[in-house]
Design a protein around this ligand. Structure first.
Ligand code: CUA
Length: 434
């Protein structure tokens, strides 16, 4: 065979539909190879939707996979037909010949009606099954937690077991791992939406109606959540976390909450009474409470107002309660998830709340500089004592590397602390206002 013959064969091979199809296939494979590692790293994003850590999120992932693979099949099928058609029926050489004109093709039309119908049925049946599964016994969780959407934060009360009913907190929702938890979702202002991607789908909080979802976290960890329904100026700053801990740590958390301030508060309150609040907090007490600390500095016993807390959002009727501050030093963020809980950010927040979180209610009471620096010093020193004597309950597992707590959750003398490095928080997008 002469070299000219070989060259001619190579040229013919280069033009064959099979050869070109393979080229396109190789290109698509390269694109897929480029994308896959990026998809895998998406699993470690705190708001990832592809790393489920609960039964409910597993079910959603299962549906997602069905849709994904079917869509991929359709995509590849359609692309192959397009490529084949383009190559097979392309204009060749200088031919001016018009292709055969076709009008209608019964076989094709029946096929492209039936195939999508089959695909939709294949998606519809498991979807309905998962929906019914999600609703089954939704109100019968081992724990029942009332969650109230505020503008713009989350108030939390443990409704059952009844022994926990006195516990009110905000933005960090502790639950025991491997126990089913029913979240009852309320709002007295506008519609919000409760979304913790690694644990559940979204569920709206609707005025005048209680929505319910049930979740069982299968692994300890700190799961990021956010409001997913536009609800006003600081909607984007309405974040929270569901923190799943082993049962003994959960019990520690409840005990710590009830304790109020630790013994270091004695140096900051009048008469060394750790059950009283320092005078520096008097303005704060028109909206905030500290569980386990029933008295103001002057000895006035604070009303508990369980009927008002939670239900009166303030947005509707002017009565506003801010978050309960118990265990504030153990919170994993400030201002509903937008600032790392370190001393520097706490000072910024108290100095100028409206600059940190536009439109928030505290900003209507505390303008830039309303609190003089000395008062901020006292408030911060006191807030640091709002943690259990032995430090905060340990948060382990998923996303635990991100945990930032005031003083790292460990009691140290008030004057000795430096602002903590908040690189992890910045990486997670909570530190951009630093
Ligand atoms: Cu609440 Cu968006």
């Amino acid at each position: 065979m002469s070299s000219r013959d070989r060259g001619g064969r190579r040229a013919r091979l280069g033009r064959s539909p099979l050869y070109r199809g393979m080229t396109v296939g190789a290109l698509l494979t390269m694109v897929a190879a480029w994308m896959l590692p990026r998809l895998v790293s998406a699993e470690t994003d705190p708001y990832t939707t592809i790393a489920p850590k609960s039964d409910r999120a597993d079910d959603i992932q299962f549906l997602y996979k069905i849709v994904f693979w079917l869509a991929l099949l359709v995509f590849i099928g359609v692309q192959m037909v397009i490529v084949w058609t383009v190559l097979r029926f392309r204009r060749r050489g200088d031919s001016d010949e018009r292709p055969v004109q076709v009008h209608g093709n019964k076989t094709l039309e029946i096929a492209w009606t039936i195939i999508p119908a089959v695909i939709l049925v294949a998606i519809f049946i498991p979807t309905v099954q998962v929906m019914f599964d999600a609703d089954r016994d939704v109100e019968k969780g081992d724990y029942v937690v009332d969650v109230y959407g505020k503008q713009w934060w989350w108030e939390v009360n443990y409704a059952r077991p009844e022994a926990l009913a006195d516990v009110w907190t905000a933005n960090d929702i502790y639950i025991p791992v491997d126990r089913s938890v029913t979240f009852q979702l309320h709002t007295t202002n506008v519609i919000h939406s409760f979304y913790v991607p690694q644990l559940s789908g979204t569920m709206d909080l609707i005025p005048g109606h209680t929505n319910v979802i049930k979740v069982t976290a299968n692994e300890p960890g700190m799961y990021y959540g956010e409001c997913k329904e536009f609800c006003g100026t600081s909607h984007a700053y309405m974040r929270f976390k569901v923190i799943a801990v082993p049962q003994d740590q959960f019990d520690n958390y409840i005990a710590g909450w009830r304790q109020g301030a630790n013994s270091q508060a004695a140096a900051l309150v009048e008469n060394g009474d750790v059950d009283a609040l320092p005078g520096a907090l008097n303005l704060c007490l028109s909206c905030h409470r500290v569980g386990g600390v029933p008295k103001t500095s002057s000895g006035t016993v604070l009303p508990d107002n369980p009927d008002q807390r939670g239900l009166l959002g303030g947005d509707a009727d002017g009565v506003t309660y801010g978050p309960n501050l118990s265990m504030l030093a153990c919170r994993t963020a400030l201002a509903a998830g937008i600032l790392p809980n370190d001393e520097e950010h706490l000072r910024n927040w108290l100095h100028y709340p409206g600059g940190v979180k536009p439109g928030n209610y505290m900003a209507t009471q505390i303008k830039e500089g309303t609190l003089p620096p000395e008062q901020i010093d006292l408030i911060v020193a006191y807030l640091k004592t709002l943690q259990p004597e032995g430090g905060c309950p340990e948060i382990t597992g998923v996303n635990a590397d991100d945990v930032i707590q005031l003083n790292g959750g460990v009691p140290v003398p008030a004057q000795a602390s430096e602002p903590r490095e908040s690189a992890a928080a910045t990486r997670r997008g909570v530190g951009y206002l630093s």
